[in-house]
Write a protein that binds this ligand. Sequence first.
Ligand code: PHE
Length: 340
Amino acid sequence: MLFDELQNMKNKALQSIESAVDKKSLGEIKGEVFGKNGALASLSKGMRDVAPEDRPKVGALINEVRNVLEAKLAQKEEEMARKELEERLNSEKIDITEPAKNCERGALHPIAGVIDRLTDICVNLGFSVVEGPEVESDYYNFEAMNIPKNHPSRDMQDTFFINDNILLRSQTSAVQAREMEVRKPPFKIVCPGKTYRNDSDSTHSPVFHQMEGLVIDENVSMADLKSMLTIMMKRLYGDDTEIRFRPSFFPFTEPSIEVDVSCPTCHGKGCSLCKGTGMLELLGAGIVNPKVLEMSGIDSKKYRGFAFGFGLDRTAMILNSIGNIRYLYRNDIRFLNQMK
Ligand code: PHE
């Protein structure tokens, strides 16, 4: 009797394990067979009524049923786990041959790009980067730069005045005076920023950008200025760049120079960018006028300085072959897209 019941239970359990559809029903079957009050346990209790001579046989069967069912359960569990993994892999499959979604890449505005490049070059040469206000006092923009009120040299820069004493700075040189008042020499600073002049044509915009550099130390000379500018220009435009220094005039430097570089487009042969001259005018520079040092509280007997001022718009135009300065300020996305 018990013998048959065990066989029956085994066959039924094997069948239901086989046809179980998910982990949950498999778990239920497991409980029904192996649980505390499960089929195997209750059938084992029947051992008490089995004749002693039959007990080894029945005992062996109970063990066999347990082993067979356990093996079957384990096999089914493994099968289900494998199927589940397979389904998950299939549903999460990525087609790596599918073309990538178009990811738009932005670009720096050419002026921001030039500021980044030039400040990098200067920081490498030991300069600190500083900024100053765009709405500036007449004092810092002009007077402290040795350009007194009503002096003819003011006409070099057609300035936007807000009132008699406040203006939109016409040159980043204004930052020189501010920094000389607060810094202790020796120091090296560059100041990139917006500047304003009442000027507008294909190479002049009422708002434009300059970068002023100032070095104050005990023994600086024209030779230091020349070698530093040569290094900067070569790093910016390439090692084969030729540099030319011409005498010039600025009220705040004495002597003053203007610096030209060989045209990076035609390498000095002459093209439309350099108007056939092979050279491009790039910046003004010079040895800081001792009057300027004294006005800002620096002892001109002990210290000397040199300064230079770049036009950044022009630099951006040269580096990116931009023919008209207005493109820089129109924010036309088609133009900006070409800067990538
Ligand atoms: N500030 C001058 C300008 O705007 C350029 C300059 C700067 C010249 C520093 C000499 C030294 O024209």
